[in-house]
Design a protein around this ligand. Sequence first.
Ligand code: F6P
Length: 342
Amino acid sequence: MRVGVLTGGGDCPGLNAVIRAVVRKGVKEHGFDFVGFRDGWRGPLEGITMPLGIEQCRGILPRGGTILGSSRTNPFAVDDGVQRITDHLADAGVGALVAIGGEDTLGVATRLAELGVNVVGVPKTIDNDLSGTDFTFGFDTAVNIATEAIDRLHTTAESHHRALVVEVMGRHAGWIALHAGIAGGASSVLIPEIPFDIAAVCADVEARFRSEYAPIIVVSEGAVPADGSGMTLQSGEKDAFGHVRLGGIGDRLAHEIEQRTGKEARAVVLGHIQRGGTPSAFDRWLATRFGLQAISAVADGDFGVMVALRGTDIVRVPLAEGTGELKVVSPEEYAEAQVFFG
Ligand code: F6P
């Protein structure tokens, strides 16, 4: 059988490790051959392919990004999108598709599976906000990068008696902020799930200064103030899945902290640094195991499923379970971290 592979949505470290594992096991154990679809759903939508075999996968395990390219193309937002995809899959002789992506890419996979396309999903996102799996790959690398940044910011903030605000990614879920904030000893962690009170943040800033130590405030890009003023947007522009581009909450917060406390405050936006570069060992391991299990699902003819991590096991769950509802930080888990604030 010929198997198609695509990677969609925001890239993340570990995508290439999945592709390598899918291809290696698919060729060696099942005698499959492969075709790569370029740039997420744009590949099958427009019939853009590339050769994909063991040769193309050599040396890619530690490489960030994706050799297949990625995009946020939504075939359901395009006239005849589904028909064009099924036609192009048939033209390429593809009997099954492995779709590697987050809520949007796998949301498309869920709907296509319902329409009879043979698809298996692999969950990726640095945001770690997909339900059905304990972790997505890419998250561990992003948390390590953010933690290293916080460690470095502590020493310069202390030297200059400044507050530093670190803006991390996380549109709807504050997992990166929470994990990196705990690991890095932040004075406050602000996440999209829990609207923040600026007066409480400033009280934490002042308490941290009193301890002769410098405040580091970690904020998710999607965090919102409790005063109802809403999210901070970079522009009103929306992508094909209706997401606005976030960014700027760090600057807004730094300005407000300076005004209210009289202490100098600056913002650092980590942005795409969290997504680029080599995956951590954990992400390489998780991505590889996801890839191995995804191609086993294809070989078993078990379509409409997503591979998922449960404890230390890789299991299969219905695609709809992974994409139906986002996995967000619970108030209890957030409250656990609050003992370190201030
Ligand atoms: O979904 C992953 C993610 O990195 C989010 O954390 C972030 O909001 C978004 O992608 C940024 O997307 P883009 O790279 O398209 O600006």
